[in-house]
Write a new protein. Structure first.
Length: 283
């Protein structure tokens, strides 16, 4: 017996739900039946794809790689048997925050005019490269370090850095600040999407007092006076709060903004998306 569509659907449901029982309810099968289907799949591919525990299931390294292939296979099958009147799969663009910054509005306005057949989905996700590997998104907007050799990429533009400070902070009235000005203050760092690494020598580096994993937590800690934040300039438009001020950080290197996608990305609108974004940036 080879791998069938039901095996792939069972695996993808379990991976998405993180639970055999929830995946079984989603697929309307019994839990033992789903477990047997997953065991059959693992025997066929010769690898353990899911790690079971009392908390549920999580993907192994082999499972993460297989998820991308399974998603592509199911998508291809669905497209092959779908009615020609069914809507094509949307182009899914992942970003940690801010999407394409000041170019986002132009993209949203232009895309449906030039490509009404493909809906554009902007998805805010925490781990962009994991989602690319899982084929949960087709392309990602990445800020900071250049994507690794496993991904194709295009450098779009660079964003200046700002300091986010509580409105009552002693630096709040400054027209701008420098990295040296910040050395004696505490920092609030977003570990999921932050871009503050390697700005200081070790001897001058401020203390990281709070680490968070979301933009909302980052803003809340800064507003409460837990420390200062450093961020690219779209934050001053996207995350305005009366208790936070943004100050230009005049001697810090700008943040590079890339598009990154795996070589296996095969969405038919991907090439046109790259062209439109590059045109928007260059204009």
């Amino acid at each position: 017996m080879g791998v069938e569509l039901r095996h792939l659907e069972a695996f993808l449901a379990a991976a998405e739900e993180g639970s055999i029982s929830r995946a079984a309810r989603l697929l309307r099968v019994t839990q033992p039946a789903l477990s047997r289907t997953l065991s059959q799949l693992e025997q066929q591919v010769g690898a353990t794809l899911l790690r079971r525990s009392a908390k549920g299931v999580e993907l192994t390294a082999e499972g993460m790689a297989f998820r991308r292939k399974a998603t592509q296979a199911v998508d291809a099958f669905t497209e092959a048997v779908s009615s020609p009147f069914d809507a094509p799969r949307p182009l899914r663009v992942g970003h940690a925050w801010a999407a394409l910054g000041r170019f986002t509005t132009g993209l949203i306005r232009r895309w449906p005019v030039e490509h009404p057949e493909y809906r554009l989905q902007l998805r805010q996700v925490d781990d962009l490269y994991v989602k690319l590997d899982e084929a949960a998104i087709d392309i990602a907007v990445v800020r900071g370090q250049r994507p690794g050799p496993r991904y194709r990429h295009a450098l779009l533009y660079r964003e200046n850095r700002l300091v986010a400070a509580p409105a009552q902070h002693e630096l709040a009235d400054r027209l701008s600040v420098t990295l040296g000005d910040l050395a004696r203050y505490d920092l609030v760092v977003n570990t999921a999407s932050g871009t503050t690494d390697h700005l200081w020598d070790e001897s001058q580096r401020p203390t990281v007092k709070v680490e968070v994993a979301t933009v909302d937590d980052w803003l809340s800690n800064i507003a409460a006076g837990a420390g200062l934040g450093i961020t690219p300039d779209p934050s001053s438009q996207l995350y305005q709060r009366p208790e936070i001020v943004y100050l230009p950080l005049r001697d810090a290197p700008p943040v590079a903004v890339y598009l990154a996608w795996p070589p296996s990305s095969a969405h038919p609108a991907l090439r046109d998306f790259l062209s439109i974004v590059k045109e928007l940036v260059h204009q």
